[in-house]
Design a protein around this ligand. Structure first.
Ligand SMILES: [Zn+2]
Length: 509
C-alpha cells in the first residue's frame, strides 16, 4: 500500500470507529445528524464546571430549602432557562412552583463533650467537628448534659413484639441510637415492609422525645442531614465511630457485637451506659418557610405528541450551613449543571423535538424529598402522560456512571445505551431498583406514581457525602460533559420516536 492510500484507509477506519453504523452504510452523515453532533460537542465541561462553581459558592449559602440562599439559586437557574427561550410553567406564569417547608438554621458553636471522672474531678473530652460529630440539622437550640442510654434502633413496635425502650429509663437522658432498622430490604422484603415505618428519622426522633429523652446522639456518619423533625427542647447531634466507641468503652460490651446481636435475634439490647455527655447547639427554627421547584418547558413541535412529557431533573437544594458551609458541589450542583447543559443543547437542537421536555430543579430534596413529592401531588402535566423521568443526583465525581432502575425499564435504557456505545464510551453500571425503603431520591417519588424513571450518579473517585468537603475540588468535569452528551442524544431520539411506552413489562407499575 502506498503511503497515501494508507493514510486514506486509516482515515476511513478512524471515521468508522467514531461513527459506526453511520459511516459504514453511507459515505457521509445526514445533515441533521451532523448538526446534532455539532450541538452535542458544544456541551462543554468548562461551562458545566462553572455552573457547579457558581452554585457551590458562598453566594448561595449551601442552598437549604426555605432560605434566601436557595431562592437566589432558583432565580439564577430560571434566568438561564429564560435566556434559552424555555417556557415558564410554574405558578402564575413564573418558573417557580411554591410549597411550604419548615427549616432550621444551625449557627457556629456546636459541641459534643464527654465528661470523664478523674481523681474526684471531671475531665472534658471535646469531639471534633465534622469528622467526629456534626450538629443535628433540625436540633433545638440549647444545651443538655445527661447520662447516655443506648437504645439500639429506637423502635417501639408492639405488633412486632419489639421495644428498644423496654426496661430502660430515658427520662431527662441522652439516647444513643442507630439509624435505619435491624432488617434490610435486600435480605427479606416482606419482613422489611413491616419494619419500614420505623426507619424514618422523624419517627425515631419523635419516639425518643415521647419517651422523655432530652437529647440524642445519632450514630449516623457523622453526616449533616436536615431530613428530620424539630422538637422544642430536644437537642441532638450526629456522631461517628469515635464517639460511639468511647461510649461503649468499659461497659463490658462491644458496639459491633451488640448491633450484630440485635440484627440476628431481633431482640433489643438497650442499657444505661453510665457515660455523661453534653450536647450543645445554637439553632433557629422557622416553621413557616417556603421553597420552590423550578419548572421550564421546551414545547414539542408535534400537535399530538407534544402532550407527552419527558422530564429531566435534579435537586437544586442542599444542606445550608451546619455550622460551616456545606457546599454540595457533587450533591447536587453537579446534577443541576448537567440538567442546564442538556437544556441549553436541546433548546438549540437543529432537529425539532416532537414530544415536550420539562426541566425540573427540585427544592427541599434534602429535607425529606419534599419538592418532588409536591410536584407528584400537583403535576403541571398529567403523570399518565409523563413518558419518562430522567433524574440526576451526584453526577460530578468520578470516571464511571451508574444508571439506577435502568434494569426496570430496558426500552427506556436502550436510548442511552445506544448513545453511549456510539459516541461516548463511558463505563456505565446499570441496576434494578426495588424502591422499597423510605424515599431517598426524587426518583423514588416518580416511580411510586408509575412514571418510568432512571436515576444517574457518578462514581470512581474519592467523594464526600453531606459534609463540608463536598466542594469543587472533588469535581471531575469530564464525567458531567459525557453524561450531558449521552442524555442529549438519547432524549432527541426518544422525543421523536414514533411510539414510546416504557411502562409496559415493569412489575413495579
Ligand atoms: Zn442529593
Amino acid at each position: 500500500m502506498s503511503r497515501q492510500i494508507k493514510l486514506i484507509f486509516g482515515a476511513i477506519v478512524i471515521f468508522g470507529l467514531l461513527l459506526p453504523g453511520v459511516a459504514s452504510s453511507s459515505s457521509s452523515l445526514s445533515a441533521d445528524e451532523t448538526q446534532l453532533l455539532q450541538v452535542m460537542h458544544s456541551i462543554s465541561s468548562h461551562t458545566l464546571f462553572n455552573y457547579v462553581k457558581e452554585l457551590a459558592s458562598e453566594k448561595y449559602a449551601g442552598r437549604l430549602g426555605g432560605t434566601e440562599g436557595f431562592n437566589r439559586a432558583a432565580h439564577w437557574a430560571a434566568e438561564l432557562f429564560k435566556k434559552w427561550g424555555l417556557k415558564p410553567v410554574g405558578d402564575r406564569g413564573t418558573y417557580f412552583q411554591e410549597f411550604p417547608i419548615a427549616y432550621t438554621l444551625v449557627f457556629p458553636g456546636s459541641e459534643v463533650v464527654m465528661h470523664i471522672p478523674y481523681k474526684g474531678a471531671t475531665l472534658k473530652k471535646y469531639y471534633h467537628y465534622f469528622d467526629e460529630f456534626i450538629p443535628g440539622s433540625t436540633s433545638a437550640s440549647g444545651e443538655v448534659t445527661a447520662e447516655v442510654v443506648y437504645v439500639g434502633y429506637g423502635v417501639t413496635a408492639p405488633e412486632l413484639g419489639y421495644d428498644d425502650y423496654q426496661g430502660v429509663d430515658v427520662k431527662g437522658k441522652i439516647v444513643l441510637m442507630e439509624r435505619e432498622v435491624p432488617v434490610s430490604p435486600d435480605k427479606d422484603r416482606d419482613l422489611f415492609l413491616k419494619w419500614r415505618p420505623y426507619s424514618f428519622h422523624q419517627y425515631k426522633l419523635e419516639n425518643a422525645a415521647a419517651h422523655g429523652a432530652k437529647g440524642m446522639l445519632y450514630n449516623y456518619g457523622p453526616i449533616a442531614n436536615p431530613n428530620n423533625s424539630y422538637r422544642e427542647g430536644f437537642i441532638y447531634s450526629h456522631v461517628g465511630p469515635v464517639v460511639v466507641e468511647d461510649i461503649f468503652a468499659g461497659t463490658g460490651r462491644s458496639h459491633k457485637d451488640v448491633v450484630a446481636k440485635i440484627k440476628k435475634e431481633l431482640k433489643p439490647q438497650s442499657f444505661a451506659t453510665g457515660k455523661i455527655f453534653t450536647i450543645k447547639n445554637k439553632t433557629e427554627h422557622h416553621p413557616e418557610g417556603k421553597c420552590y421547584n423550578v419548572l421550564a418547558l421546551l414545547e414539542g413541535s408535534d400537535p399530538v405528541l407534544k402532550n407527552e412529557i419527558i422530564i429531566i431533573g435534579a435537586h437544586l437544594d442542599h444542606l445550608g450551613y451546619c455550622y460551616t458551609l456545606i457546599p454540595g458541589a457533587n450533591d447536587n450542583a453537579s446534577g443541576v449543571a448537567v440538567t442546564l447543559g442538556v437544556a441549553e443543547a436541546l433548546a438549540k437542537s437543529p432537529v425539532k423535538l416532537k414530544r415536550s421536555i420539562l426541566f425540573i430543579l427540585f427544592g427541599s430534596e434534602e429535607q425529606g424529598v419534599v419538592g418532588s413529592d409536591y410536584y407528584c401531588q400537583h403535576p403541571v402535566f398529567p403523570l399518565e402522560k409523563t413518558a419518562a423521568f430522567i433524574n440526576m443526583d451526584g453526577v460530578g465525581c468520578g470516571d464511571k456512571l451508574s444508571a439506577l432502575a435502568a434494569k426496570n425499564y430496558p426500552e427506556f435504557w436502550a436510548f442511552f445505551r445506544e448513545a453511549n456505545e456510539r459516541y461516548v464510551h463511558r463505563q456505565i453500571r446499570t441496576s434494578y431498583f426495588a424502591n422499597l425503603a423510605r424515599p431517598r431520591l426524587d426518583a423514588a417519588r416518580f416511580m411510586w406514581k408509575g412514571v418510568p424513571t432512571i436515576s444517574w450518579s457518578a462514581f470512581g473517585a474519592r467523594s464526600y457525602y453531606h459534609n463540608p468537603k463536598d466542594n469543587i475540588d472533588t469535581i471531575t468535569p469530564e464525567i458531567m460533559e459525557d453524561l450531558a452528551q449521552i442524555l442529549f442524544l438519547g432524549v432527541v431520539k426518544m422525543a421523536n420516536a414514533a411510539q414510546i411506552d416504557f411502562r409496559q413489562g415493569n412489575p413495579s407499575n
